[in-house]
Design a protein around this ligand. Structure first.
Ligand code: NAP
Length: 518
């Protein structure tokens, strides 16, 4: 079992003791006392306070301070000499700390110092930190061997993710390590090294008490580890799903899909992948364990090229937002669930406002002018879907050329954004914004000024943060029926869950979660 460790980085002993209680209440297995963060640290007085009557097992670390980005910075804040550092760490061991962490470069001296007095249940962690990059597999393996030879009970290597593919090398090294190993890749691109530790047998992973309480870049909160990623349920056989994007940290998809996996009793986890080059990512994580992916900005179009087979609708749209790895042969199959998600949300919005039954056979979009602002992944899905439903599709885009290409592809008409301002061939048109204009933090922006909205009977916005955008607010004030992007978000996610699992999506659960978290 991978242990969950909360790093304690307060400046006072009193706060560290209080944080230890909070860590226990959250469900941590142990805490890490970062002695180098304490102001006016007095080893004899403070270690008694920290370690006497402690609520959780303790890892004690007292790292060097060497200015950030210098080659041998080990991530700590201590500026004194090794003698004092070693005395404090020795005392921590004598007072019953379960673990002490020392850096590889001083390990030999420290091992010699404690060799006669090492308690039976005490474990020495010998660590190496790299704040620039993640070395090659060969270099990582030889580092493991050196740490092991130095006398480590537990090997710890923390590197930095320049690219998410770096983490794959760390996973392989952990799997092959002969002694318990903590292998973490720091930074946002390394997040999966922290979440998937139990799958690869990592000895522990760090979870913080909250934002601003990290001891290293990229640490998630312990609450997210336990309650979003259900980390206690992750094991060797757990299937990995996730959202591929850049940026991706803001995505609520992990909350939604992990809750759905849990409610269906599936041995699966859903994470976020901050990916630079889609093909490199898919190549590095090609094992069957990485079973399916959601794709978001900016990878939906590249995903069409990276898949082995693409569903005909996704191919026509030119954008894939869902990739499933076929279990029988490992081939990547691409789909698009944005299209059904958005179009069905708009149709139901119109039917709801008219009080017409949902089983009506002719789409309420048929014969209507349907204006799509944007020609990216979402724009393509909306334009294709509206055309399928018999609408007269018009595409307006900042880059006019892309609007024209899309209009040619689906059989529609293209406009510049300026032309859209006075576009009014008929009343009762439908408008769909598929750009990120109006999305947090730019909530005062809108893709079309209010005066132009009078021509539209229905206005949809793919943006869902905020739930009610300026565009939707002004459209409603102008008398239009409005449909928010959240409805599309829920429906495209339900489509993805069904493709990932072959099970019906738990719609009520999805709606409850969206209500609570978005
Ligand atoms: P994308 O492929 O990157 O396309 C972005 C589109 O927005 C392009 O047409 C781009 O125009 C246009 N654009 C971006 N910034 C603009 C600006 N400042 N002014 C004018 N036009 C601008 O992205 P996407 O995947 O289609 O996503 C677009 C939006 O839809 C995002 O906000 C996303 O969150 C949202 N979305 C929502 C859902 C949902 O479930 N509700 C699903 C998918 C997407 P150029 O061609 O000129 O660059």
């Amino acid at each position: 079992m991978t242990l969950l460790c909360v790093p304690l980085v307060s400046k006072t002993v009193e706060q560290m003791v209080a944080d230890m209680a909070a860590a226990k209440a959250c469900g941590a297995d142990l805490v890490e006392f970062r002695l180098d963060h304490l102001s006016n640290f007095d080893p004899r007085r403070d270690l008694h306070l920290l370690l006497g009557d402690r609520l959780l097992p303790a890892l004690v670390t007292y790292s060097y301070f060497i200015y950030e980005f210098l080659p041998n910075w080990e991530g700590g804040e201590y500026e004194g000499d090794d003698k004092q550092r070693f005395q404090a760490l020795c005392l921590a061991m004598e007072l019953g700390a379960e673990y002490v962490d020392v850096e590889l470069k001083v390990a030999e001296d420290f091992v010699r110092l404690i060799s006669e007095k090492k308690p039976e249940n005490f474990k020495l962690i010998i660590s190496s930190h790299n704040y620039q990059s993640t070395p090659s597999s060969e270099e990582l393996s030889s580092l493991v061997a050196r740490i092991q030879a130095a006398g480590a009970d537990i090997v710890k290597i923390a590197t930095t993710a320049v690219d998410i593919v770096d983490v794959a090398r760390m996973f392989q090294v952990i799997v092959h390590c002969q002694v318990p190993m903590i292998g973490l890749v720091m930074g946002e691109k390394g997040l999966i090294s922290r979440l998937l530790c139990p799958k690869y047998g990592g000895y522990l992973t760090f979870g913080t008490l909250g934002a601003g309480k990290e001891s290293a870049p990229g640490q998630p909160t312990i609450s997210d580890l336990l309650n979003v990623y259900n980390i206690r349920q992750i094991g060797t056989d757990t299937k990995v799903f996730g959202i591929i994007g850049k940026p991706v940290g803001h995505s609520k998809s992990p909350i939604l899909h992990n809750a759905a996996f849990k409610s269906a009793g599936l041995n699966a986890v859903y994470v976020s992948f901050l990916v630079d080059v889609l093909a490199d990512f898919l190549n590095a994580y090609s094992s069957a364990d990485f079973a399916g992916f959601s794709c978001t900005i900016p990878h939906k179009e590249a995903a069409v090229r990276c898949c082995d087979e693409v569903d005909p609708i996704a191919k026509s749209i030119g954008a894939v937002n869902t990739i499933v790895k076929r279990p029988t042969d490992g081939k990547l199959i691409g789909y698009n669930t944005d299209y059904v998600g958005a179009i069905s949300a708009i149709e139901d919005g119109i039917r709801g406002s008219k009080g017409v039954g949902k089983d009506e056979t002719v789409s309420p979009l048929a014969g209507k002018v349907f204006v799509v602002i944007g020609a990216g992944g979402a724009g393509k899905a909306l334009a294709y879907g509206a055309k399928e439903k018999g609408a007269k599709v018009v595409i307006a885009n900042r880059t006019y050329e892309r609007a024209r290409e899309l209009a040619n592809l689906i059989g529609g008409h293209a406009l510049t954004l300026a032309e859209l301002e006075n576009f009014h061939p008929e009343d009762g048109m439908i408008l769909a914004n598929t750009t990120s204009i109006g999305m947090q933090p730019n909530v005062d922006e809108t893709p079309l000024r209010k005066q132009a909205l009078g021509a539209y009977a229905v206005v949809f916005d793919a943006v869902y943060t905020p739930k009610v955008t300026r565009l939707l607010r002004e459209a409603e004030e102008s008398g239009a029926t409005v449909v928010g992007g959240l409805e599309m978000f829920i429906r495209q996610a339900m489509g993805q869950f069904e493709l990932f699992t072959n099970l019906a999506a738990p719609e009520n659960l999805f709606r409850e979660i969206v209500k609570k978290h978005i």
